[in-house]
Structure formats: structure tokens, C-alpha cells
Design a protein around this ligand. Structure first.
Ligand SMILES: Nc1ncnc2c1ncn2[C@@H]1O[C@H](COP(=O)(O)OP(=O)(O)OP(=O)(O)O)[C@@H](O)[C@H]1O
Length: 384
């Protein structure tokens, strides 16, 4: 017997919504997916009319769907935003170079200007070079710390004051769990906020805060979006991996676990008088920091001195003082531009050509009811 969509009761239900378990048709899925994100944006007053907004674009499923959704909602509801794609090239051969080719196609598909900044230009080190120095353990620390600054630096160059990223509900629930496991009260307080204030008044926000990863993958699949689904070739963040596996186990038993963890995280109250880090400015590069040197400068110091483990982990007071009191980096060593000296690009970003302009995207074949394997889904499937 044909099952009808529980929302419109007209069309055939072809999928089971991962977030609610409802059996719905494709059109209703698109509608609820897009409308829930629109409501999140409106309920939290995420944007102001006339704002220049950069979409952190990695070419992966989350940021590709984000670019598509931001473009769609901005047109449909007339948000009045000036949208850009901002990509960070970490310098990972066989991974980021390929995913950036996807972003270059997305730029044409969505007609959004693209700016690419690279670790090599900003810090003098690509991830390939860093991994050659530090090995596969701990390299994610370098990548995460450098990416955060790189996005802010790119935002100044683009003249945008707001960056949106594709962090989804699963990412946020994982982060809440990790901060609880580590007892990191300061981060626990911040990680549930949909928008945070970063460097130079650049806001950072997550329109997918309540959007399930499985629904993002389904949306990309049914909309036939062009995204890159390969895992990073360097070792994944092991600690996050444990939180992720735990979360996926909970989701399998009770899908609402993800959003329930987010609501619990939002409801945590921090006891008054709890010691919190104070915000300072890095002495060396001018980026925000809770110590004399920001994390990126500590990591770079370690790399320059041939002691790449130096800036890793929670530094003891003595270790931190050693790094901070180190003599200034010699002139012949690669330096990071002071944040206050970054100039806004005079020209708008130009259309960046894909390596092969004839490289046309062909969506994967459609399977009528089945299982979708996605390399980034922790070997868990999306089924409908
Ligand atoms: N190289 C990059 N350039 C620009 N933005 C990035 C880059 N890497 C990550 N981001 C931003 O940070 C978000 C979270 O990235 P992360 O790597 O944690 O998750 P992901 O699930 O792999 O995301 P995606 O599917 O978009 O690659 C991305 O959705 C994107 O908005």
C-alpha cells in the first residue's frame, strides 16, 4: 500500500525524516528543512539588512548546503545580505586541493564571489609541511587553531563583518559533550551560542545549530548538490571521534538526543564567581588571546624552534612562560602579519576558474528508497 506524506497527505512518502521519524514526501522535506533554518535565523535576529556575510566554504556537505540555503533564503525572504564564499586552503595535497575545486564550481553554480586564503601565505607553513614536522598525532590542533584565525583574516580582506559556518546540530552536541568530559566551563558556556563575537567585531554564527547532519546529507542528495565527501587524509581528532560515536549511538536509540543535548547545554548556568579567562591581545600578532601569545603564535614558535610539541595541550605555567619569554623570532624566520595591518582588498574577488573549466558536475545516480553512504558520516548511513 502506498504511504502518503504525513504533512501534505497528498504525495507519496519517500523518506523518513531523521529528526522526527515522520514519513514525508520530497517537497515537504525541502519545505520543512528550509523553513526551520529560516525560523532559526529570524528567531535569533542573526543578520541585519545590508550586512556583508562570508560563508566559510570548504566544499564539504555542510558548507555546500549552507551556501545553497543562504542564497535561497536571502532571495526568497529578501534578507538583503551581500554574500561571499570564503575558503581556507590548509595545504593538504590530495584533499583540500580537490575540495577547493568543488568550491570553485559552487562559486559559479551559486554566482557568489569567492576569496581563498592559504596557511602557506598567512603563516608560512602548509599543513603538509606541518605534518612532516609534527607527525600525524596532534596535527588537528594546528589545523583548527590556524583555520579560526585564517577565516578572520580572510574576513578583514573581504571587508565582511560576519562569517557563517556549516557547524550543525551534531557538531554542537559533540562539542557540548566534549566540554563536559573535559570540565571546560568557559568553552561549555560559549559553545551553545548561535553567534559569537570574534576578532575586530567580526561575528561568527551557525545557522545550522538545530539542523541534523543526516538531514543535511539527505538535502544535498535530493537537491543533487555538488559537494566533496572525502575524509581528511590526516588523522581525525581522536577525542572528538569518541564523543561522536557516543552521540551516534544515542541518536540510533532516540533521535531527539541530539537536540536534547543542545537544549541541556543552553540551560547550563555557570556558578557566579567561577574563574574565567580574560580576553587580551596577542603581543606578537595582535589576534585575540587569553594569554600574552595567542595559540597560533605559540604553535608557530614551536615549529620555528624545531619543538613542534611545545604549544600542544594545556601548557603548564612554566611551559607557557618559556614560550612567551622566548626572544622575538629572528627576521629570517617567517612571521605572521599583525592583525591590525591587514588591509581590505581593493578589488572584489574575481571569479576563480576551476582547474578544468570543462569539469562539469554529474550528480550521483538516484536510488529510489535506499541507503546513502557518506564518507563523512562515521560509516553510519542515511536511509529512507
Ligand atoms: N577550509 C575551510 N575553508 C572555509 N571554511 C571552512 C573550512 N573548513 C571548515 N570550514 C567551515 O567550518 C565548518 C565546520 O567544518 P568541519 O571541518 O568541522 O566540519 P565538516 O562537517 O567537515 O564541514 P563541511 O562538510 O562543510 O566540510 C564548515 O562547514 C565550514 O563552514
Amino acid at each position: 500500500m502506498v504511504k502518503l506524506c504525513v504533512l501534505c497527505a497528498k504525495k507519496r512518502a519517500i523518506l523518513k525524516r531523521p529528526k522526527t521519524g515522520q514519513q514525508i514526501c520530497q517537497e515537504c522535506f525541502f519545505y520543512v528543512f528550509e523553513t526551520e533554518i529560516h525560523h532559526t535565523i529570524k528567531d535569533t535576529n542573526l543578520f541585519q539588512r545590508g550586512e556583508r556575510v562570508a560563508i566559510g566554504a570548504s566544499g564539504g556537505k555542510d558548507s555546500t548546503v549552507l551556501a545553497h540555503i543562504m542564497k535561497t533564503l536571502n532571495d526568497r525572504y529578501d534578507y538583503g545580505l551581500d554574500l561571499y564564499l570564503l575558503s581556507v586552503d590548509e595545504g593538504i595535497t590530495g584533499y583540500r586541493d580537490d575540495s577547493l575545486e568543488t568550491v570553485k564550481r559552487n562559486q559559479q553554480q551559486y554566482d557568489l564571489p569567492l576569496k581563498i586564503v592559504s596557511y602557506h601565505d598567512l603563516y608560512g607553513w602548509s599543513m603538509d609541511e606541518i605534518v612532516a614536522e609534527v607527525g600525524r598525532k596532534n596535527n588537528c590542533t594546528y589545523c583548527g587553531v590556524f583555520r579560526r584565525q585564517a577565516l578572520d583574516r580572510g574576513a578583514v580582506m573581504l571587508g565582511v563583518n560576519h562569517i557563517v559556518t556549516g557547524h550543525n546540530a551534531d557538531d554542537i552536541a559533540e562539542t557540548i559533550l566534549m566540554n563536559i568530559f573535559r570540565g571546560d566551563i568557559a568553552r561549555l558556556g560559549r559553545c551553545t551560542e548561535i553567534v559569537t563575537q570574534g576578532e575586530s567585531n567580526i561575528r561568527r554564527s551557525k545557522p545550522f545549530k538545530y539542523t541534523y547532519e543526516k538531514e543535511i546529507v539527505m538535502y544535498a542528495y535530493f537537491k543533487k548538490l555538488d559537494y566533496f565527501s572525502t575524509e581528511c587524509i590526516y588523522s581525525p581528532n581522536a577525542y572528538r571521534g569518541h564523543a561522536r560515536t557516543f552521540l551516534k549511538d544515542l541518536e540510533a536509540i532516540r533521535p531527539s538526543a541530539i537536540v536534547d543535548i543542545i537544549h541541556s547545554g543552553e540551560a547550563f548556568e555557570i556558578k557566579s564567581g567561577t574563574k574565567m579567562p580574560t580576553q587580551k591581545t596577542c603581543e606578537r600578532c595582535g589576534y585575540m588571546s587569553s594569554n600574552l601569545l595567542c595559540k597560533a603564535c605559540c604553535l608557530l614558535e614551536g615549529l620555528h624552534r624545531g619543538l613542534p610539541q611545545m604549544g600542544i595541550g594545556k601548557a603548564s605555567k612554566a611551559k607557557r612562560e618559556e614560550i612567551e619569554n622566548a626572544p622575538p623570532i629572528a627576521d629570517n624566520v617567517r612571521k605572521v602579519q599583525h592583525f591590525s595591518e591587514i588591509q581590505r582588498d581593493e578589488d572584489q574577488p574575481q571569479l576563480v576558474q576551476p582547474k578544468d573549466p570543462k569539469d562539469v558536475y554529474t550528480p550521483p545516480p538516484r536510488v529510489p528508497g535506499g541507503i546513502l553512504h557518506d564518507a563523512k558520516l562515521d560509516k553510519r548511513d542515511v536511509s529512507w
